[in-house]
Design a protein around this ligand. Structure first.
Ligand code: V47
Length: 365
């Protein structure tokens, strides 16, 4: 490996990694130009300094309450205008049914997200959280992206702080990481002009953290963004994390072009996926976990990603819609034994966790 790092001219970056020193924007650019195995080796050094051989997964359930959306971002195959034949909005009863159907399973996280809906009232979103909390007192409720929180504030006339407090009192414990996309205003203007600005996304995420609601964060890559814009995005997240420490996990989201307005684009290659995971691990020195989201990467590439900086592969999922509407070829759910076997074969030690990354000690089959 020394030879590999030397040939790639990355000895100075290796020294920084070994000394837990922060990498610069220029270091990030050099890493993107370096050979994959050299970058992966450095990311794995960092990953093992943080987590040793542990690799996390969660027994979770996804609920997508609606795809009817007023934003209709160009990269999204999930959102549909109201009245579209593929549009859906679940009633509270239908959501209750989905939760009740799986009450016998030892689910540790319920991940609830939807769209920026044209007419659902704020109460609907609060009632979902209350109902899940009532049916499942123990589960970690991870619900509503920062984008949805901004929308709730607008429709309810309440401040973002009030919205977050009400949801927290109802039982919400953390926010998922979606809606960040790429912070570049050029990209946002082109792909998602109706979406909240990067500054607002970051300020609401930080507000949630200050109110005791941690969150995840993401970057959607592999469309029209430049490498420089990716690195600026990572550095903006790193700076926000320096302020609050509230991001638990970063999820690089590999763009799926099918059925979107960007279907002419090829989407990222496997090399780009692995390099982006590795460089995220190296740049985001203050975010504890990096997730290889198997739904977007495929289980095969997510397994390899564990040696390229990722320490988490998300979970069992059960019924994913956002990526599958963009024709993802991955399955819709994996069992705990499948996830554990994937992790073990990759040379890591599986650790079942809950939504807040706390190890599950009392395991119920
Ligand atoms: O915000 C939309 C992205 C996100 C596409 O927090 C797409 O644990 C790829 O954020 N191709 C939602 N990506 C998913 C998300 C997420 C997923 C899993 C775990 C967590 C977590 C968060 O998906 C959206 C958007 O950035 N997205 N369309 C697409 N065609």
């Amino acid at each position: 490996m020394e030879e590999l790092i030397k040939r790639a001219g990355l000895e100075d970056i290796e020294r920084k990694v070994m000394a837990d020193k922060r990498l610069s924007f220029e270091d990030g650019l050099r890493l993107y130009q370096a050979p994959l195995l050299a970058v992966g080796y450095l990311a794995n050094l960092k990953r093992e300094r943080l987590h040793g051989k542990k690799a996390y997964y969660v027994y979770n359930q996804h609920i997508n309450y609606s795809n009817e959306c007023i934003n209709l971002c160009k990269f999204c195959a999930f959102g549909k205008p109201k009245g579209h034949k593929e549009g859906f909005t679940l009633s509270l009863e239908e959501i209750e049914q989905k939760i009740k159907e799986r009450l016998q399973e030892p689910i540790k996280e319920i991940h609830i997200v939807g769209s920026v809906h044209p007419d659902l009232p704020f109460d609907y979103y609060v009632e979902i959280v209350k109902m899940v909390r009532r049916l499942r007192p123990e589960v970690v409720i991870k619900a509503y992206t920062v984008t949805e929180i901004a929308h709730f504030a607008r429709i309810s006339g309440k401040s973002e702080e009030e919205v977050l407090q009400i949801l927290k009192e109802a039982g919400l414990q953390m926010l998922p990481g979606g809606g960040a996309e790429v912070f570049s205003s050029r990209v946002r203007q082109e792909l998602c002009p109706k979406k909240l600005s990067a500054e607002r996304w970051l300020s609401i995420a930080k507000l949630a953290h200050q109110l005791g609601i941690p969150s995840n964060c993401t970057m959607l890559y592999g469309h029209i963004e430049t490498i420089e814009e990716r690195l600026e995005h990572l550095i903006a997240l790193r700076e926000a994390q320096d302020e609050t420490g509230g991001f638990l996990c970063f999820i690089p989201l590999s763009f799926h072009p099918k059925n979107t307005k960007l279907s002419h684009l090829p989407g990222p290659t496997a090399v780009d996926d692995l390099k982006t995971i590795a460089i995220s691990r190296l740049m985001l020195d203050n975010i504890p976990h990096i997730k290889a989201y198997w739904i977007m990467l495929t289980p095969k590439l997510a397994q390899v990603a564990l040696s390229f900086g990722a320490d988490d592969i998300d979970g069992t999922i059960i019924e994913e819609k956002i990526t599958h509407m963009a024709q993802a070829t991955s399955p819709q759910c994996l069992t705990r034994s499948e996830l554990e076997a994937m992790i073990k074969e990759a040379g890591y030690e599986p650790v079942e966790r809950d939504g807040l990354f706390r190890a599950v000690t009392k395991r119920v089959v």
